[in-house]
Ligand binder design. Sequence first.
Ligand code: AMP
Ligand code: GLY
Length: 420
Amino acid sequence: MNILILGSGGREHSLAWAVMQNPKCDRLIVAPGNAGIAQIAECAALEIENGGAVVSFAEENAIDFVIVGPEAPLAAGVADRLREAGVLVFGPSAEAARLEASKSFTKEICDAAGAPTAAYARFTEADPAKAYIREQGAPIVVKADGLAAGKGVIVAMDEETALEAIDDMFGGAFGGAGAEVVIEEFMEGEEASLFVLCDGENILSVGTAQDHKRVGEGDTGPNTGGMGAYSPAPVLSAEVEARAMDEIVRPTMDEMKRRGAPFQGVLYAGLMIKDGQPRLVEYNVRFGDPECQVLMMRLGAQVMDLMHAAAEGRLAEARVNWADDHAITVVMAANGYPGSYEKGSVINGLDALPEDSKNMVFHAGTKAEDGQILAVGGRVLNVTARGETLQDARDRAYAMVNGIDWPGGFFRRDIGWRAL
Ligand code: AMP
Ligand code: GLY
């Protein structure tokens, strides 16, 4: 099979790494890719949010299967354009991608599906939103309705912060994403993520993970795209996972199908778990980044067959071959991230690291120039390891981190603390 992966982050490097190990993969192109991906696959420049351009590229290169990494091309309808052109694709339609692109849509689906989630109200004007906040009191959560690159959520521990968030959102701080605002009940508990492949009809769990969203150790400082992750997440025990599948994911899929927008791709359910009861925080319609890196480490080559089965509607017969193992990834980010950071610093020491089925450095914002690897993004490397225990995986991941010589970057030393 000729396979095209869309995206350029650590998520896509790990997807490429897993896919290329599958003997059914004859040729792998990643667009646009990055310096790490270029070491294992062909990279091609392509406007990945432009459906017409992606279809032409797929046709010119005799692509048999497209895997969409990030949400933006999905929200832009790239998977729809590919399907219309008869190209097999892993990823939901723009309509089904509203599960990530619109928080109020997700709330409405949860209501219809009876899926447990936070109580909420939606507003298009500041005054009634503020009145609602005063009536409910803090803590309370204010969310811009649309895609805001993970920054449109304010968890307000006091009323004043919530009221300010309303002014910011209706003041245009989040652009069009803030034209509608969802205000939610604050849910207590422990957060974890569940990843489920869907073929429009059938669902298959491909694992659990826990992210580390805050930039600083001990979960302090501003939110980021994610500073590290591990899988499995112990809080999502088999029992809690089964409840999440039965009470949240399956009813959501059934409701999407009933509305004529069946979901095909990977559904990433962000869950809040308290006393064994999972409630939905949010859906994403793609793999998490960096959660994907630990899932790919654990799943390996079989994930390509599973994604292919999802795209072809054959998930009913698919099974995951689980090893009893753990994976962890430590994100190395440019100094200053998630604020402004410098680009172009040199990373040394990567060549000397062991890279095999248990140890991998997945690249995110890197570029190769004059034989050197340069940091050109906020999140730059995902140092990933797998082991029989989380401790074993963690020790090896940090041993690799210590072998990387990059004064321009930093990392959290406590990834996995919650599970250990
Ligand atoms: P989201 O973009 O919806 O995932 O929100 C970002 C983060 O805000 C989540 O990962 C949670 O940590 C937090 N969050 C969102 N909604 C709630 C809620 N209703 N209660 C408590 N925390 C929340
Ligand atoms: N790591 C969080 C996300 O991918 O949304």
